[in-house]
Design a protein around this ligand. Structure first.
Ligand SMILES: [Zn+2]
Ligand SMILES: [Zn+2]
Length: 273
């Protein structure tokens, strides 16, 4: 039986004879059902209609995105840390070329995903590479395709191994997670942020929302919590969820000033009233 994939959010569902009546993710206020209505595909069909492109952001961080764009359009990151490779976030398209190329780069030891919008075909990736999947337990209700490879973690931080830490920020989703790699950016540290912290179009600032397509903001205290959760970590570069959304330098200061601007705006302080 096929495992249907929602074409609007990329979520793959457990096998079923017929496509689900609705996509649970798209029916919820943080996503949307497109005007054309709900449609479905499968991984074999996606391999015919889409392929992946790769971009080396820095020596050991390679972006992987679908061409043409599929569903939400995010790109994943292969983070090669020396102690193991992590696939950060996930994309639906997984074809033979991608498997061959990534195996040539050392494969994938762990898959970690910021939030349910990017779960996509995580189980297919885990099976192809023999990887474990690390998801925050607070978002367990949004897992549509369960598998023994999925490990739920609880609490505020989880080291994958030395120098690689998952940080629960919350916000966009209750279990919203970012990845910190101390060895990235030539040892100055990187954060892979998904859209838990969204790199803005100017690539100087970040923003934080409950829903991006439906423009639902977060409370000031929720965004202040994000900044507090990241306080103990040093980093230079922030990788957002699209190829071109990267803050290369001074990422730590960008988080601090962006949280201050966000709070000033939602609280209607001077300049934002
Ligand atoms: Zn969907
Ligand atoms: Zn999202």
């Amino acid at each position: 039986m096929p495992c249907f994939i929602c074409t609007a959010c990329g979520m793959q569902y457990a096998e079923s004879a017929q496509a689900p009546a609705q996509c649970v993710i798209c029916e919820e206020e943080r996503q949307y059902v497109p005007p054309r209505g709900q449609t479905w595909t499968t991984l074999p069909a996606l391999r015919q209609s889409h392929a992946n492109t790769f971009r080396e952001h820095e020596r050991d961080i390679i972006g992987i995105g679908s061409t043409p764009a599929f569903a939400i359009g995010q790109r994943a990151l292969l983070v090669r840390t020396g102690k193991g490779n992590v696939l950060w976030d996930c994309i639906a398209t997984l074809d033979e070329a991608t498997v061959t190329l990534i195996k040539g780069l050392g494969g994938i030891d762990a898959i970690a995903i910021s939030h349910p919008h990017f779960y996509t075909t995580m189980v297919e990736w885990a099976q192809a590479f023999g990887a474990r999947i690390h998801l925050h337990a607070a978002d367990r209700a949004w897992i549509m395709y369960n598998d023994p490879a999925i490990e739920l973690w609880e609490g505020e931080t989880k080291p994958l191994w030395d120098g690689v830490t998952l940080i629960r920020c919350g916000g966009h989703f209750e279990g919203g997670t970012v990845l910190h790699w101390a060895g990235g950016a030539g040892g100055r540290g990187v954060v892979c942020a998904g859209d838990i912290l969204t790199v803005a179009t100017d690539r100087k600032w970040l923003t934080f929302m409950r829903s991006y397509p439906n423009f639902i903001p977060l409370a000031a205290r929720t965004v202040e919590h994000i900044s507090a959760a990241m306080k103990p970590f040093a980093f230079e570069t922030i990788y957002g969820h699209y190829f071109d959304r990267v803050i290369v330098k001074d990422g730590k200061a960008a988080v601090e000033r962006s949280v201050a601007r966000y709070v000033a705006a939602v609280e209607g302080r001077r300049g934002y009233e």
